[in-house]
Write a protein that binds this ligand. Structure first.
Ligand code: F6R
Length: 250
C-alpha cells in the first residue's frame, strides 16, 4: 500500500485527480468505480476542470458506483444517482449508458444485486476503484460485520452511518435505513484502488484500518491485502498515523 500525505483537502483532491486522469489517458476505455459522500467532491471538481481545459476525455470510459440508498427514487435529490449527475456526469462528456448505479427502487432487490454484479463482470471488472471511508470503517456501504460480504447486497446501515449521513438530508429521520452496496469481494477484485480520507474525524479509523488487524468488524482493513492500493490522506486524516510514527523516535 502506498500512503501519500497531503497538507490540505485541496491537495488531496488534486493528487487523486491526477491519478484518475492518468488512468483515463493510459486507457481511454477504463472501467472506473466511483464513490459518493463528501470526500470525493474535490476530486470530481478537478476532473471537471480538466475536462473543460480540454485535457481529459470521458467518452470511452465505463463507471460503476459503489452504492445507492434503498427506496429513494432516481429523481430524489438525496439519491446517489442525483449526486453523480449533479457533481460530475452532467459536466463531462459521458453518456447515460456509460455509467451504472444500483437501482434503489428495484422491486426485486436480489435480482438487482445479481444484475449489477453481472454488469461489472461483463465490463471486465473495475480498473480503478475510488473509495471513501466511513467513521465506522465501512467502504461502499459494507458495514462492520462478522464476515466480509462478496457481491452486491442489501445492507442495513449502522447508527453511526445514519448519523454521519444525516447532514445530507433535511432531517435525520429521512436518511434511508437500507442501501444496496457493492460487496467487498468485488471491491477487492478492482485492479487498483484509490482510497481517500480527509479530516481529523477519520484519523483513528484510518490508523486502525491501515495498521490494525484485518477483521470484518473493520471492513476497510481488508485493503491491506490488496496488491495495489494508493491511500491519499490530508493532514487531519493522517494525524494519528503521524503521531504514532513520531512517538517511536526519542
Ligand atoms: C459512498 C460510500 C461511503 C463513503 C463514506 C465516507 O458512496 O461508499 O463509503 O465513502 O461514508 O463518506 P464521506 O466522504 O461523506 O465522509
Amino acid at each position: 500500500m502506498r500512503i501519500v500525505l497531503s497538507d490540505t483537502y485541496r491537495d488531496m483532491s488534486r493528487k487523486a485527480a491526477y491519478i484518475v486522469a492518468s488512468q483515463i489517458i493510459l486507457n481511454p476505455r477504463s472501467v472506473l468505480g466511483f464513490a459518493t459522500g463528501e470526500t470525493p467532491l474535490g476530486l470530481y471538481r478537478m476532473l471537471i476542470s480538466m475536462y473543460w481545459a480540454g485535457d481529459l476525455d470521458f467518452s470511452g470510459i465505463t463507471t460503476f458506483n459503489l452504492d445507492e440508498y434503498y427506496g429513494l427514487s432516481e429523481e430524489s435529490p438525496y439519491s446517489y444517482r442525483f449526486y453523480m449527475k449533479k457533481n460530475l456526469f452532467q459536466h463531462i462528456n459521458i453518456r447515460e449508458d456509460q455509467w451504472h448505479i444500483p437501482r434503489g427502487t428495484a422491486e426485486n432487490v436480489e435480482e438487482e444485486c445479481r444484475r449489477y454484479d453481472r454488469a461489472i463482470e461483463k465490463a471486465g471488472g473495475i480498473d480503478l476503484q475510488i473509495l471513501g471511508l466511513g467513521v465506522d470503517g465501512h467502504i461502499g456501504f459494507n458495514e462492520p460485520d462478522e464476515k466480509f460480504e462478496g457481491g452486491t447486497h442489501l445492507v442495513e446501515l449502522q447508527e453511526s452511518t445514519l448519523k454521519a449521513n444525516a447532514r445530507f438530508f433535511p432531517s435525520p429521520e429521512e436518511v434511508p435505513r437500507f442501501a444496496l452496496s457493492m460487496g467487498i469481494k468485488t471491491i477487492m477484485k478492482a485492479k487498483k484502488i484509490l482510497l481517500l480520507a480527509s479530516g481529523a474525524s477519520k484519523a483513528d479509523v484510518i490508523y486502525e484500518a491501515l495498521q490494525g488487524e484485518v477483521i470484518p468488524e473493520l471492513p476497510a482493513s481488508i485493503l491491506q491485502l490488496h496488491p495495489d492500493v494508493t491511500c491519499i490522506l490530508d493532514g487531519g486524516a493522517a494525524s494519528r498515523l503521524e503521531k504514532e510514527r513520531d512517538e517511536r523516535f526519542s
